[in-house]
Design a protein around this ligand. Structure first.
Ligand code: AMP
Length: 187
C-alpha cells in the first residue's frame, strides 16, 4: 500500500547501467527495484533501454503490473535495444532532450549501479538541485557498496572545501530502496 506523506513520490527517474555488471546480484537488485516501485504504485521513468540493469528495472516493474515510461534518443534505439514492451516510449532527438524529459516526468532521481552515463545523469541532477534549478531530491542506491567510492569522494570534496555540507546533504546514499525512498520523501 502506498504511504501517504506530505511529499508522496509518484514517479522516480531511475538511472542505471546499460550493462549487466559482473556480479549477478546487481541485475537481481535492479529487477527488485522495478518490482517494488510498481507495487507501491510509483511510475518508473528511465532511459528506455532493454539491456543491462536498465532492462532489468523495466522488466521488474512491468512484471508486477507497473507503469514504465522510457525516454530514448532516436540514435540509441538500436544500440541500446529500446525496450519493446513499454506502453509509453518517448523518442527524442538529443541526450539533452532525454534528460530534460526524464527530469520533468520524475519527482525524485535515483541512481543504481552503472557507468559513466549513470554517473553523469545523477550528478547533473544533484548539481542542478544545489544551484536551485529544481528541488527534486537525488540519491544513490548503494547496492553491494558499489557507490562507496562516490560517498568517499563527496566527503573528500567537503573536507577539501569544494563542497558545502548543505550540498553534500542534498545527495543521499542508502543500501536498500525503502530507506532511500523514505529519505527522499523527507528531503
Ligand atoms: P551507463 O551507465 O554508461 O551504462 O549508461 C546508462 C545510460 O546513460 C545509457 O542509457 C546511456 O545512453 C546514458 N548516457 C550515456 N552517456 C550519457 C550522458 N553523457 N548523459 C546522459 N546520459 C548518458
Amino acid at each position: 500500500m502506498r504511504r501517504v506523506t506530505e511529499r508522496a513520490i509518484r514517479a522516480v527517474a531511475v538511472f542505471c547501467g546499460a550493462r549487466d555488471g559482473v556480479d549477478p546480484r546487481h541485475l537481481e537488485a535492479a529487477s527488485e527495484v522495478g518490482r517494488t516501485l510498481a507495487e507501491r504504485g510509483i511510475t518508473v521513468v528511465y532511459g528506455g533501454g532493454g539491456t543491462g540493469l536498465m532492462g532489468a528495472v523495466a522488466n521488474g516493474a512491468l512484471g508486477a503490473g507497473g507503469t514504465v515510461v522510457g525516454v530514448i534518443p532516436e540514435a540509441l534505439i538500436g544500440p541500446e535495444l529500446a525496450h519493446p514492451d513499454l506502453a509509453e516510449l518517448h523518442v527524442v532527438q538529443t541526450m539533452a532532450e532525454r534528460k530534460a524529459m526524464m527530469a520533468e516526468l520524475a519527482d525524485v532521481f535515483v541512481a543504481l549501479p552503472g557507468g559513466a552515463g549513470t554517473l553523469e545523469e545523477i550528478v547533473e541532477q544533484w548539481s542542478w538541485a544545489m544551484l536551485g534549478y529544481h528541488s527534486k531530491p537525488c540519491g544513490f542506491l548503494d547496492v553491494l557498496g558499489y557507490w562507496s567510492p562516490m560517498r568517499e569522494l563527496v566527503a573528500h570534496m567537503v573536507g577539501e572545501g569544494f563542497l558545502s555540507d548543505r550540498g553534500a546533504a542534498m545527495i543521499r546514499f542508502e543500501s536498500s530502496l525503502e530507506p532511500l525512498l523514505a529519505a527522499l520523501e523527507d528531503a
